[in-house]
Design a protein. Structure first.
Ligand SMILES: C[S@@+](CC[C@H](N)C(=O)[O-])C[C@H]1O[C@@H](n2cnc3c(N)ncnc32)[C@H](O)[C@@H]1O
Length: 377
């Protein structure tokens, strides 16, 4: 058994060296010298700015939240406005509105113009144009509340509100409220566009005849896949109350809709590729292992598994995966963000081979692992 009181590979010489370096870097005299010394002063300044950004990050998030909540980017779509005009429309005194707008300028969401006007910067316009972004930002008030005592949060002592936010993850299968299902599916479908784009830009569906999307919501990913592959047939598998909201579209005659629960029902056979898009991170290891096992059983030899979701960086932690999605899923309390290596390992244990992590263009949106069933076990 591992002794958790000490790092497992504790090498006294290395620990001693690392402690000496830490003490040197933290010493005020060293900091003062490094800030003056020509070869280090730029680095010290960059470090200082980056550190201050971390210190102030929660203010940045709240400025963003207020802007989006008040729909200021939408109001600026038609052109620049002054702080008093915006303040009037948002019922915020002009001088306080000016503080918010200037903060947004410093965050490169807005630009200030002549005669005290403010207009959208590129990133500000994205707040209007990127599907699902507004909804994503607004629902963060729940996570923000859950993180208000971060030490208690990491100790696991907070009854998180996010745990009640996504009803279908929590075993409510089959008895869900269609209205809640619709709100949930809508939020997912809106952000699905970018996930589908990025996934399909790195995954090849050449030779695939039928793609089954398990946990496919109301079919947004399948429709995107069918659009790129004109001969492809799709099977949409999700909880009955969720697939009930699948819209009729010109692609509907190429999609078979199948309601069921991957926890309780066998997955339908017949697809030569199965996708799991933003599914695994909602669930505990046992559920994930049994789902991947069920996917393996449902695929023919040569069949392909496509997994796409935000992943952690594994041995190289990344901002999006490790400082956001890992906390988000921890607050949800049913699943967890995993690295491509961890997901590959689960696939390997289920019998898959030719497992590859593909380089997706925007890891803050999604990362991709593919695997093949090369032989039956
Ligand atoms: C995070 S959403 C992802 C939806 C879609 N794949 C996407 O990326 O937009 C998780 C999906 O898994 C579905 N799901 C959860 N538990 C399920 C179960 N036991 N059986 C089938 N689907 C389930 C949910 O209804 C939901 O549509």
């Amino acid at each position: 058994m591992t002794d958790i009181s000490m790092p497992s590979k504790s090498d006294p010489a290395r620990r001693g060296l690392s402690a000496r370096i830490n003490r040197l870097l933290a010493a005020p005299a060293f900091q003062a010298w490094a800030a003056r010394f020509p070869l280090t002063r730029r680095m010290v300044r960059r470090d200082g700015e980056a550190l201050f950004d971390l210190v102030a990050g929660f203010c940045h998030s709240q400025v963003l939240m207020a802007l989006v909540d008040l729909r200021i980017p939408d109001m600026l779509m038609d052109g620049p406005m002054t702080a008093s005009a915006l303040g009037h429309r948002c019922r915020i005194p002009p001088d306080r509105m000016a503080v918010m707008l200037r903060a947004a300028v410093s965050m490169k969401l807005l630009k200030s113009g002549r005669q005290g006007t403010f207009r959208l910067a590129r990133k500000g316009a994205a707040l209007v144009g990127v599907p699902g972004l507004r909804e994503m930002i607004l629902h963060h008030s729940v996570l923000y509340g859950d993180l208000s005592d971060p030490v208690a949060f990491f100790r696991g002592e907070v009854e998180t509100q996010l745990a009640g936010f996504w009803p279908y993850v929590f075993g409510a299968d089959g008895q869900g409220d269609p209205d809640v299902a619709a709100t949930y599916s809508n939020l997912m479908a809106q952000s699905q566009l970018m996930v589908a784009q990025d996934t399909l830009s790195v995954v090849s569906l050449r030779g695939v005849k039928t793609l089954m999307d398990v946990g496919g919501g109301t079919g947004a990913f399948l429709r995107a896949a069918l659009q790129t592959s004109p001969k492809l047939h799709g099977v949409l598998f999700d909880l009955p109350e969720v697939v009930a909201g699948t819209p009729e579209t010109p692609l509907s005659d190429r999609i078979t809709v199948q309601g069921g629960s991957f926890r309780h029902d066998a997955l339908p056979k017949g697809a030569d590729a199965i996708s799991l898009i933003r599914i695994l991170y909602d669930h505990a290891d046992e559920t994930v292992a049994s789902l991947i096992g069920a996917v393996y059983a449902a695929l023919p030899t040569g069949g392909k598994l496509i997994i796409s979701e935000p992943m952690t960086g594994g041995d190289t932690p990344q901002r999006a995966g490790d400082a956001y999605f890992a906390l988000y899923t921890m607050a949800m309390r049913t699943g967890k963000a995993r690295s491509a290596a961890e997901i590959s390992d689960i696939c390997h244990k289920a019998g898959f081979s030719q497992i590859r992590a593909l380089k997706a263009p925007r890891p803050f949106i999604t990362s991709v692992v593919v695997a093949t069933k090369t032989a039956t076990i």
